[in-house]
Design a binder for this molecule. Structure first.
Ligand SMILES: O=C(O)CCC(=O)C(=O)O
Ligand SMILES: [Fe+2]
Length: 357
């Protein structure tokens, strides 16, 4: 297997590179250092006591590994609250008593056998683009990236795109591609993580539709016969650094030192087409419309009929509903947001035409 180091650049150098090539986040992974130290919340969010006081009441799932992406793998999980999970982070040896009666998948004994720490990688702590928590992480992306999330209807309620990830050494996020064609960043507030990435062009070497994703740490050559042709981009992400993962890049992340990271997924000019095309948000929105047809059919005033809601797939219903929402909102939004929504709508309608042809 070939290996390349993920390039690391200062925020200033990144800005220069980005001006020359606004697509650079898709051409390789990047590590940008030296801007998150300015976040108002940078120091506070490194403090587990502060996190407990602020977010301890939230309900949380913790899993070992974070999730699974290969059908031969298994997982154990607990349903808990974030305060209890942080108790486990402080004292991993207390897992048995802390999670007594809270095992959702598997059991304490299976967890011990597996030898992987529980990982709470999906803590929902924002629900809208105007959540005050965003103030703590400004600017989320280095200049001159302009994120468009705020102008995309339902962005933060269809999926949640700002996460806090606190993990023990050994915690694992197996190889996967993120939903929605977004660009992801992983901002390292504390500790160290080892990341391995594969480009969309090499996806076929590390993904087998019959099995799922390869384990880059122990490649199974029977399931992934061409894996030696793949280039693995690797880096150790350390405190104060931010890793950028472009649209469709597969990534595998192993925590090396107790870690606190914030991750954020975004859409900008470079991936609005991929976002529009994604079946991920549209299937969730479609399923929501199908479960409450009366509310949506009324609200969307004729743009979507009850018959369509019943007969079309969730993805198609989601796309039609979004088309109607965009059309209605473009008229009433400010010019900058309207321009972004119009582009989103153009991509949705383009794909619709191509799909019908
Ligand atoms: O463990 C990590 O930091 C990776 C998380 C990740 O890629 C995800 O949740 O999509
Ligand atoms: Fe991811």
């Amino acid at each position: 297997m070939k290996q390349k180091d993920i390039p690391t650049v200062s925020a200033e150098d990144f800005a220069e590179l980005f001006v020359k090539n606004p697509d650079l986040l898709h051409e390789s992974p990047w590590i940008v250092s030296g801007y998150i130290q300015e976040w108002p919340g940078y120091r506070r969010w490194q403090d587990v006591d502060y996190l407990e006081q602020r977010l301890g009441h939230l309900s949380a799932f913790a899993k070992a590994p974070n999730f699974i992406t290969n059908r031969n793998d298994g997982l154990v999980s607990v349903e808990t609250d974030f305060a209890r999970y942080l108790g486990y982070i402080r004292a991993p040896d207390r897992a048995k008593e802390l999670f007594e009666g809270r095992w959702l998948e598997g059991s304490y004994d299976e967890f011990v056998q597996r030898g992987l720490p529980l990982y709470c990688g999906t803590l929902r702590f924002v629900h809208t683009a105007t959540d005050p928590a965003f103030e703590e992480f400004r600017p989320l992306v280095p200049a001159p990236i302009e994120t468009w999330n705020h102008a995309l209807p339902y962005y933060y309620s269809l999926f949640n795109h700002l996460w806090l990830l606190v993990s023990l050494p050994g915690s694992l996020t197996p190889l996967h591609v993120d939903n929605n064609g977004t660009i992801a960043l992983i901002a390292q507030l504390q500790g160290r993580k080892r990341a391995t990435l594969y480009s969309p062009a090499h996806h076929r070497h590390v993904h087998n539709p019959a099995v799922g994703y390869m384990d880059p740490e122990h490649p199974n050559r029977e399931d992934f016969p061409t894996c030696d042709e793949a280039v693995a981009w690797t880096a150790d992400l350390t405190e104060g650094q931010v890793l950028f993962v472009g649209t469709g890049w597969a990534h595998h992340v192993r925590t090396i030192e107790r870690s606190i990271s914030v991750s954020f997924d975004f859409v900008d000019r470079s991936n609005i087409a991929a976002y529009a095309r994604s079946p991920d948000w549209s299937s969730v929105l479609g399923a929501r419309v199908k479960s409450r047809p009366d509310i949506f059919v009324d609200k969307l005033a004729g743009a979507l009929t009850r018959g369509q809601v019943e007969s079309l797939s969730a993805v198609e219903v989601g796309r039609l509903a979004m088309t109607a929402i965009l059309k209605a909102s473009i008229a009433s939004s400010g010019s900058e947001d309207a321009r972004i929504r119009q582009l989103y709508l153009d991509h949705l309608e383009d794909d619709g035409l191509r799909g019908a042809a």
